[in-house]
Write a protein that binds this ligand. Structure first.
Ligand code: ADP
Ligand code: ZN
Length: 603
């Protein structure tokens, strides 16, 4: 780009946003826009998509029109921009007639840098007229994958967005999304009628998220531990059923965690209050069905726990992706057990979807199971699923931090399979394991199973490990669990060669205790104990300021800024302005109270 434009873009980045440099693809996308080109940017959550149109809004003459389907998200961005001193507004159904009229006047008079609008509204005649009276600098279409009928978020109005060009003249179009495979990208370009569009596709990796999958052994405790590891931070716990969200929330409350259930069955008013608290208070844990999360733009979610396995790896990626948008260390923990596989399979089999779709769903489930059972780096496995090769293990997942051993489970598998056969393929895992370890139970006596040649042949292995063997054989398709027959285990065709000794079975050794905080990596605020105190004081001030303005704390300052503030302890406005995420407006508004807290602390 011409150097003066580049200079103004950098200037806006420093002065307004308080950031040092552009990240990843930002400068290339912004380059393209400032040169007047249409563009498509596929960048993962947290990579800073919004800056790609917010910076041009400050550099290009005219107003940037942002099409966004999610009202909550719009409101959030507008709030954050206003805090930065940027002239932004949203036009949506929450506004009164007068408020709308004020925004419209400001648009016509060129007094707005950005205006956010929902697609339905953008397409209406009234708004189109307004567009012809306004100088539009750029049309940014957020969540652009919604134009694709193949995706799960299809929105018919998106198909009409290309017609806005009739009113926006030669303003470039920028389509943005966090997920789009090649087919979806093609759809986006065609349906939005992007002209000779520049295409930017960033990788899927979210390096600040630590992935871990734990076998469900003591689920209640495992959830609690995950929450406790992040003491006082915000997080989400996903469960598959409404009932379970209430249960888990109650269990956490009993341990003094501020946990709130969230699901589609709750009163809408209660739901929106819960969402509001999650955004505006520190340290709320929402225990939710997957109905929660779409369109939540909270940057400081420090952990996502799956108390039950997700539906597919896509779902897993999306749900875990809600952690750590601000780039700070965050954690995704999934608990996974035999029941998860069995229930998910049953759900697919009993569904009334066409067979072709069942096959696809089953395949997706198998890929998820493969991910759970892998001994490889989780990130490598996850990225491979999205077709991305990662040359080295990541060093930030459970497999990398505590390498998983695999062991030759051929003999164990044979013992287990033959115990299943000898007991008539009529019993569930618990009883079969009792037989293997030679337990003295009522059922064993009743059925005379102590007479079987397999009785007690598995004494050398503990029950926990046996449960792992059962799970892995079910995961690997050697055993099937009959849900209609009280969970009886049955052999499949695939078990035959193992029983006959023709193939061997490699199993992963489940960790005996779940992976704890590993190798001195801290989950939050990597700062010393003295700075920790200052950090808490700064956080309290932020909370107070947020409350008086009725905005979420993170629109005042992100955690990253507070952490840096606690570490570097600026003494004057000049030093304060050097902090990451502190632009001119934030200095003017907030330097004084924060400097006062620092001065008091330093003494
Ligand atoms: P996305 O929309 O892609 O999920 P956001 O636009 O919300 O991402 O940005 C994610 C976070 O990264 C925000 O907290 C934002 O302030 C921060 N960020 C964006 N660009 C930069 C940059 N160049 N330098 C530092 N932080 C940035
Ligand atoms: Zn790894």
């Amino acid at each position: 780009m011409p150097s003066d434009t580049y200079a103004s873009a950098l200037d806006a980045l420093h002065q307004v946003f308080g950031f040092e440099s552009f990240r990843g693809l930002q400068s290339q996308v912004i380059d393209g826009i400032l040169a007047g080109r249409d563009a498509l940017a596929v960048m993962p959550t947290g990579s800073g998509k919004s800056l790609c149109y917010q910076v041009p809004a400050l550099v290009r003459p005219g107003t940037v029109l942002v099409i966004s389907p999610l009202i909550a998200l719009m409101q959030n961005q507008v709030m954050a921009l206003q805090q930065l001193g940027v002239r932004a507004a949203a036009l949506n159904s929450m506004l009164s007639f007068q408020e709308s009229a004020r925004v419209e006047d400001a648009m016509r008079e060129g007094r707005l840098d950005l205006v956010y609008v929902a697609p339905e509204r953008a397409l209406g005649d009234w708004f189109r007229r307004l567009l012809t009276q306004t100088k539009i600098a750029l049309v940014a279409v957020d969540e652009a994958h919604c134009v694709s009928q193949w995706g799960h978020d299809f929105r018919p109005e998106y198909l009409q967005l290309a017609t806005l060009r009739e009113q926006t003249g030669d303003a470039p179009f920028l389509a943005l999304t966090a997920t789009a495979d090649a087919a979806t990208r093609k759809d986006i370009v065609e349906r939005l009628a992007l002209k000779e569009a520049l295409q930017f596709v960033a990788g899927f990796d979210r390096p600040n998220i630590r992935y871990a999958v734990e076998p469900k052994t003591t689920p209640k405790l495992q959830v609690l531990n995950a929450v406790r590891r992040h003491g006082g931070a915000s997080g989400i716990v996903y469960c598959t059923t409404r009932n379970k969200t209430e249960q888990v929330a109650a269990q956490l409350q009993a341990e003094n965690v501020t946990a709130l259930p969230y699901h589609a069955g709750l009163d809408p008013q209660l739901r929106s209050r819960t969402l509001d608290r999650f955004l505006k208070e520190d340290g709320i844990v929402v225990v939710a069905t997957i109905a929660f999360g779409m369109g939540i733009d909270k940057p400081d979610v420090r952990f996502v726990v799956h108390a039950d396995a997700p539906k597919s790896l896509e779902a897993y990626y999306q749900e875990t992706g809600r952690a750590g948008r601000d780039g700070l260390p965050s954690e995704a923990v999934m608990l996974y057990g035999l029941q998860d596989i069995v229930q998910s399979r049953a759900l697919i089999e009993q569904g009334d979807q066409p067979d072709a779709q069942k096959r696809v769903e089953k395949q997706k489930l198998e890929q998820l199971v493969g991910f759970c059972e892998t001994t490889r780096c989780r990130r490598q496995a996850l990225l491979a699923y999205f077709g991305e090769a990662m040359p080295e293990p990541c060093g930030n997942c459970d497999s990398c931090l505590e390498p998983v051993e695999s062991w030759d489970g051929t003999e164990a598998a044979q013992k287990l399979l033959s115990a299943v056969v000898r007991t008539g393929q009529r019993f569930g895992a618990a009883h079969v394991i009792d037989v293997l370890v030679g337990a003295d139970t009522e059922a064993i006596g009743k059925w005379g199973h102590e007479q079987l040649p397999t009785f007690g042949v598995g004494k050398d292995i503990d029950r926990q490990t046996w449960r792992g063997v059962v799970r892995q054989l079910v995961a690997g398709g050697l055993l099937r669990v009959e849900t209609e027959q009280y969970g009886a285990l049955k052999l499949t065709e695939a078990a035959r060669p193992v029983l006959k000794g023709e193939t061997s079975v490699a199993l992963r050794r489940d960790p005996t205790k779940p992976v704890r905080k590993a190798r001195g990596t801290q989950e939050r605020a990597p700062i010393g104990s003295d700075s920790e105190k200052l950090f808490e004081a700064l956080r309290a001030l932020r909370r107070e300021l947020a409350k008086t303005q009725d905005v979420p704390p993170y629109v005042i300052f992100h955690d990253a800024t507070l952490i840096e503030m606690a570490k570097s302890r600026p003494r004057d406005r000049l030093a304060f302005a050097q902090l990451p995420g502190v632009g001119a407006t934030k200095v003017a508004r907030y330097a004084e109270p924060f400097l006062a807290v620092i001065a008091e602390h330093v003494g």
